[in-house]
Write a protein that binds this ligand. Structure first.
Ligand code: F6P
Length: 326
């Protein structure tokens, strides 16, 4: 196998707090091992337009604490076409980039997998998404920070929910995955979580909500994962409003504020470990794998598994929420 001398790094898809910590770790570990590093801007788009700059150690100074991504990010339609990927490959050759580190979610790693196979490029992925929906890692970069942002918001909503004795539906992100909603509900003491992995009927919901109203406080908070499968918070609020006229219902959609902010200690450490492991993996001839951490150990998950396999939600967590909200 050809020796790797220059690594290209990009962030793609939705940004996630901790991506900068990962960029820093990849860059510095690569330089530590005597490799050259090139930062590719705007995800795969930068490979097509050639927006690329050499990264030295100082290019990644003072970024570990920043949310977002200094490399910018994009969802690139052109890269989904064979023509777009052919241009991207030409750019890599022209720039002398021998291997790629891609930081992103499901769609980004799918792109990496196809590109790596088509042109036989050494490529590793890092799980960067607030959704935590990648198989083969206990946590994705950005998930812990987003969870803490949700807690902060729900704690505040609870103040007004309690004062007005209202029922709040709070919609959180997750793109068809219920990790943020379920664990956010457990950690914030919400009465229920509506997640795409489990079907929640309105009647069943009433039972959950009554749990809140039975307590000394006459208010309830229900976290709803955004998803076509759940229909989102508005949908549930309408259904409950129409059926149970007694409840004073309100909706809060947390939206993109969940994607911002300074990464938590856990996300910074996760991103630093994964970034360092990405370079070690490439030097160790690992190809087409996502680096994850399972039970505190670094693991190498073939792209095919990380992308295709559904990461299961533990039924135990659903039961914990149910028991604790009585
Ligand atoms: O994948 C991360 C995520 O924030 C999802 O939770 C959400 O569905 C989606 O991205 C939103 O994407 P956009 O920023 O393009 O609206």
């Amino acid at each position: 196998m050809a020796t790797i001398k220059c690594i290209g790094i990009l962030t793609s898809g939705g940004d996630a707090p901790g991506m900068n910590a990962a960029i820093r770790a990849v860059t510095r570990t690569a330089i530590f091992h005597g490799l050259q590093v090139k930062g590719i801007y705007r995800g795969y788009k930068g490979l097509i337009t050639g927006e690329i700059a050499e990264f030295k150690s100082q290019n990644v100074s003072n970024i570990i604490q920043l949310g977002g991504t200094i490399l910018k990010t994009a969802r690139c339609k052109e890269f989904r076409t064979p023509e777009g990927r052919a241009i991207a490959y030409e750019t890599m050759q022209r720039e002398g980039i021998d291997a790629l580190v891609v930081i992103g979610g499901d769609g980004s790693l799918t792109g990496a997998r196809i590109f790596a196979q088509e042109f036989n490029i050494p490529c590793v992925g890092l799980p960067g998404t607030i959704d935590n929906d990648l198989y083969g890692t206990d946590s994705t970069i950005g998930y812990d920070t987003a969870l803490n942002t949700i807690l902060d918001a729900v704690d505040k909503i609870r103040d007004t929910a309690t004062s007005h004795e209202r029922l709040f539906f709070v919609e959180v992100m997750g793109r068809d995955a219920g990790f943020l909603a379920l664990n956010g509900a457990i950690a914030s003491g919400a009465e229920a979580a509506i997640i795409p992995e489990f079907n929640t009927e309105v009647d069943q919901l009433e039972e959950f909500i009554k749990n809140g109203y039975r307590k000394s406080k006459n208010s309830s908070i229900v976290l709803v994962a955004e998803s076509e499968l759940t229909g989102g918070a508005m949908h549930y609020a309408e259904r409950v409003k129409n059926k149970y006229l007694d409840y004073d219902v309100r909706v809060t959609i947390l939206g993109h504020l969940q994607r911002g902010g300074s990464p938590s200690a856990q996300d910074r450490i996760l991103a630093s470990r994964l970034g360092a492991a990405a370079i070690e993996a490439l030097l160790d001839d690992q190809r087409n794998v996502m680096i994850g951490i399972v039970h505190d150990e670094i693991v190498y998950v073939p792209f095919s598994k990380a992308i295709k396999n559904d990461k299961p939600i533990k039924a135990e967590l659903v039961n914990v929420l149910r028991a604790l909200s009585i």
